[in-house]
Design a protein around this ligand. Structure first.
Ligand SMILES: Cc1cc2nc3c(=O)[nH]c(=O)nc-3n(C[C@H](O)[C@H](O)[C@H](O)COP(=O)(O)OP(=O)(O)OC[C@H]3O[C@@H](n4cnc5c(N)ncnc54)[C@H](O)[C@@H]3O)c2cc1C
Length: 563
């Protein structure tokens, strides 16, 4: 036997433990907001999900890295079949999602208004280990709420028990087909045509440019039913396959070759007379689809927080294992500062997204007061756009925190950043949601609800630094409101919409961090949430710009004569 001349260095990879047990922020939040009896009842489920997320599913995710969905358009005998096969991780995820009731929970209402918080806590643990299986879950949840709101008893009876089933064999998922080649943000440009059939149903003809749940059983589509633009849009319910499993008047042209979300079978579809049923009123599509967008935007925000948390958990563990200049990275002051900054952003995003989840829960059981109802109109967009920007920045830093290893595919790390990058795009881009926020702010009482929330959550705080941070959050919101009231007409107000919406999002994150920090200091005798709040207060909160510049000169590189 040859004795090695030297002991080669072996770097240990980052490791995950039980993701519920390890998550101080989630545990502390649930401790604060859930009745003790409810928490005791759901803790075992959260614990097993945390165990799977850091164990079985995480290992499967790493092993599944190269597997992607495949589309078979023709069978051996020349028949058009358009079959999509999912990766092993997604098949396992589908099974577990049904069993844990990740869509079912809020419809079962076992835990009253807190059902939503429990659902989202489980989904938050599940999401980062299942390569965005939460995409079909979010849309299925949105479809269930949309159908309930539309109130068609036959459709509810047919689809709801399937969408909310805990039996993996019975459970359906739903997609949403809005985006067309002509427009995703501007769906008023949709070209799909709906034609009435003699039996009272409808047939859809057109091309859908992004369909992320093509393996689902139903879809809600928003084709053009008459008048031009968004006014003429109508919402339809489509079952993709007949009793023999054949696609009905639908062809899958191809799967998209995407930057990330590689496990999500996003497809381009041709509708060639797909049978459809009307949901709600003719030409009332924009109003009818609102519940879907509200739900999917909240899922998006919670999943942004979950993605940040996963990246930080891996980076934190790695920092303990990686030595640089004779010291673990976890003891290098500048690396520690970098990780603390990421944790701060994550904690802000966590509290904002779960606040909105709680508002949805209160609305569903009818306990939401007037202020909460107004907040639910505006905050899904604000939370989605704020957390969508945060997650991309945080995950970019997470990759760097691993040095070269973060850039190497078989660590599994690059996929985190790629998957994060979809979160600001789908379900409304940052700009489109900022414009949506402008519309919500024009409704009476919206500003009062937002400012009231910040004032209430940061009131009566004894700790001087937290109290000062609370005043800062309220001052930023007051500034935002002044700007909104005086910005004048479009396009001036549109130009500042993103800064306005982000100021609201970050101010509320700060206020919520303060409220939680005060509770944690008093109840848990723990100072970590306080540090997060104080740190967050030092980050950019008030982004309102009162000055005016000629944007076109830069954006379009147009000449700008001076003098
Ligand atoms: C992985 C993935 C999966 C998807 N899955 C689905 C799905 O299942 N179903 C579905 O319907 N769609 C889906 N989409 C589509 C997605 O929702 C759209 O891509 C998104 O809404 C943007 O629309 P668009 O691509 O047409 O971009 P555009 O609308 O052309 O936007 C381009 C840019 O212009 C900006 N912009 C647009 N309008 C304005 C304005 N008025 N003011 C300022 N800026 C503006 C946008 O912010 C964006 O930066 C998916 C997308 C991706 C990436």
């Amino acid at each position: 036997m040859v004795t090695p001349m030297y002991e080669p260095f072996q770097q240990q990879p980052p490791n995950l433990v039980n993701q519920y047990a390890d998550d101080r922020v989630l545990r502390s939040f649930l401790h604060r907001v859930l009745p003790a009896a409810v928490l005791a009842q759901v803790a075992p489920e959260l614990m097993t999900m945390g165990d799977r997320a850091g164990g079985e599913l995480y290992r499967l995710q790493l092993a599944d890295r190269r597997n992607e969905p495949t589309l078979t358009q023709w069978n051996a005998w020349g028949e058009r079949v358009d079959e999509i096969e999912l990766s092993p991780l997604w098949r396992r995820a589908a099974h577990l999602a049904a069993e844990y009731g990740l869509v079912a929970l809020p419809y079962e209402q076992t835990y009253g208004p807190t059902s939503r918080l429990i659902q989202f806590a489980l989904a938050y643990l599940f999401h980062p280990s299942t390569d965005v299986y939460t995409c079909p879950l979010a849309m299925s949840d949105g479809a269930a709420r949309t159908l309930l709101r539309a109130g068609d008893p036959a459709l509810i009876e047919r689809a709801l028990p399937r969408l909310t089933s805990r039996d993996p064999a019975r459970c359906w998922t739903s997609g949403q087909w809005m985006t067309e080649l002509s427009g995703g943000s501007d769906v008023g440009r949709s070209e799909t045509i709906a034609r009435p059939a003699p039996d009272g149903s409808w047939r859809l003809y057109g091309r859908k440019w992004f369909s992320s749940a093509t393996t689902g059983q139903i879809a809600l589509a928003r084709p053009d039913g008459g008048a031009p633009g968004a006014r003429g849009l109508t919402l339809f319910y489509v079952e993709l396959r007949d009793a023999d499993g054949r696609l009905q008047g639908i062809q899958v042209n191809r799967l998209k070759d995407k930057l990330g979300t590689r496990k999500v079978p996003t497809a381009e579809l041709h509708l060639e007379g797909a049978p459809a049923r009307l949901v709600g009123a003719l030409a009332g599509g924009v109003r009818a689809i609102v519940p879907m967008l509200q739900v999917t935007r909240i899922w998006n925000s919670v999943m942004a927080a979950a993605t940040m948390r996963r990246g930080i958990a891996l980076a934190r563990d790695y920092a303990r294992r990686r030595i640089a200049f004779d010291v673990p990275l976890s003891r290098q002051p500048l690396h520690v500062e970098t990780l603390a900054a990421l944790q701060t952003e994550f904690e802000g995003a966590f509290h904002l997204s779960f606040l909105v989840a709680g508002l949805l829960g209160a609305d569903e059981v009818g306990t939401a007061d007037e202020q909460q109802t107004r907040l639910l109109r505006v905050l899904p967009s604000v939370a989605k756009l704020t957390t969508g920007r945060q997650v991309v920045e945080v995950l970019s830093e997470v990759i760097e925190a691993f040095g070269g290893a973060g850039y190497v595919e078989d660590t599994g790390l690059p996929a985190l950043l790629r998957d994060a990058h979809v979160l600001p795009i789908w379900e409304g881009t940052t700009n489109v949601l900022a414009l949506d926020t402008l519309r919500a702010l024009a409704q009476p009482g919206t500003w009062e609800a937002i400012i009231g929330l910040a004032a209430h959550t940061s009131a009566g705080i004894a700790d001087p630094e937290l109290a000062a941070a609370g005043r800062q959050a309220c001052a930023a919101l007051a500034h935002a409101r002044r700007w909104f009231d005086t910005a004048g007409a479009r396009p001036q107000i549109e130009r500042g919409a993103r800064r306005l919406a982000l100021t609201i999002g970050r101010s509320l994150e700060l206020a919520l961090l303060i409220a939680h920090a005060a509770w944690s200091l008093a109840q848990e005798r723990d100072g970590r949430a306080r540090i997060a709040a104080v740190r967050f207060a030092r980050s950019p909160i008030d982004l309102i710009a009162d000055d005016d510049h000629d944007d076109l000169a830069l954006a379009d590189d147009q000449p700008l004569p001076v003098g």
